[in-house]
Design a protein around this ligand. Structure first.
Ligand code: C5P
Length: 303
């Protein structure tokens, strides 16, 4: 996570993530699923500006979006106590006894309910930012533990840019990328709830093994990684949200090294051999089927 001091506070940049591999190993007694997943942080960022508030209150403001993305069918983001930024601040205050206040301005760029962990990265950035702003002195490990209470993907962001994650997703083993990855993200206009996707899933009798993709990513072998991309949740999301299947077919025909849905959807990505190929595929995707895609981004893996 990246942060910089300003005159009266600090700014934190919160990256999105994609899953290059996601297998479901079983259903747990607590209702969650055990996963094996390979996560990579990418260069699509929310930014959060933190300032101390002398009134000791905590407040969240959204930077107004210049123009809504066309054809978007997603509920607006709330700034109330259920927002993960507010929940992260509240958790930090409760656990440390800190009584100071803060004002956060969130510039939201990562699409909601898109499988890109937009809410989780904001939660991680809030723990990270307030820990610095309030000089609490918590370690990254402690922040990641607190993050796990807020969402399964939150701890990853304290080990980003890439990691192999197990358990609910909160057991994180950092993984070094053998080289930069270039991706085109293609977002259908509608989102999906993670809980709904997991609920509709049949747990596989024989899970797919992720050892091969893990080592191809570590070697920087994009062709092999492209062949090994896998997401157990994709067929479920395609059933629940047919545009996911349409975008998947579109990306599969673009000539990229591979393509896949990220997380529980609905964003899909094409894994490209470099920035030129990524730019070509992004414009091909947008002009070919613009009605089924509301946003497309060329991104690279974070360093
Ligand atoms: O942890 P998070 O709040 O992001 O999870 C949202 C929902 O997704 C959970 O309530 C659960 O239904 C489902 N989930 C799951 N197994 C996981 C992660 C999430 O079943 N490993």
């Amino acid at each position: 996570m990246w942060s910089t001091r300003t005159a009266d506070g600090l700014v934190v940049r919160a990256p999105a993530k994609v899953n290059l591999f996601l297998e479901v190993l079983g259903k747990r007694p607590d209702g969650y699923h055990d996963l094996a997943t390979l996560l990579v942080a990418v260069s699509l960022y929310d930014t959060l500006e933190f300032k101390e508030d002398r009134s000791k209150a905590f407040g969240l403001d959204l930077v107004p979006q210049p123009e809504p993305a066309p054809r978007e069918d997603r509920p607006p983001l709330s700034t109330g106590p259920e927002n993960l930024v507010c929940r992260a601040a509240e958790l930090l205050r409760r656990r440390t006894g800190h009584e100071g206040g803060a004002r956060v301005r969130l510039h939201k760029r990562i699409p909601l309910a898109a499988g890109l962990a937009g809410g989780s990265t904001d939660a991680a950035a809030t723990l990270f930012g307030l820990n610095r702003l309030w000089r609490l002195g918590l370690t990254r490990e402690r922040l990641a533990e607190l993050g796990a209470e807020l969402g399964s993907d939150v701890p990853f962001f304290f080990s980003a840019p890439s990691a192999w994650c197990m358990g609910r997703g909160e057991i994180v083993t950092p993984l070094r990328l053998g080289g930069p990855l270039w991706l085109v993200l293609a977002c259908p206009p509608a989102g999906l709830s993670t809980a709904a996707v997991f609920q509709a899933l049949t747990v596989p009798a024989e899970p797919v093994d992720g050892t091969a993709v893990r080592s191809s990513v570590a070697r920087g072998d994009v062709e092999e990684t492209g062949r090994r991309l896998f997401n157990r949740l994709q067929p479920v999301a395609e059933r629940l949200c047919p545009p996911v299947a349409e975008v998947a077919r579109l990306l599969a025909g673009c000539g990229a090294a591979g393509s896949l849905m990220s997380g529980s959807g609905t964003t899909l990505f094409a894994l490209c051999r470099g920035p030129e190929e990524a730019r070509r595929i992004a414009s091909q995707v947008l002009s070919a089927r613009e009605k089924m895609i509301s946003r497309a981004y060329v991104v690279r893996s974070c360093c």
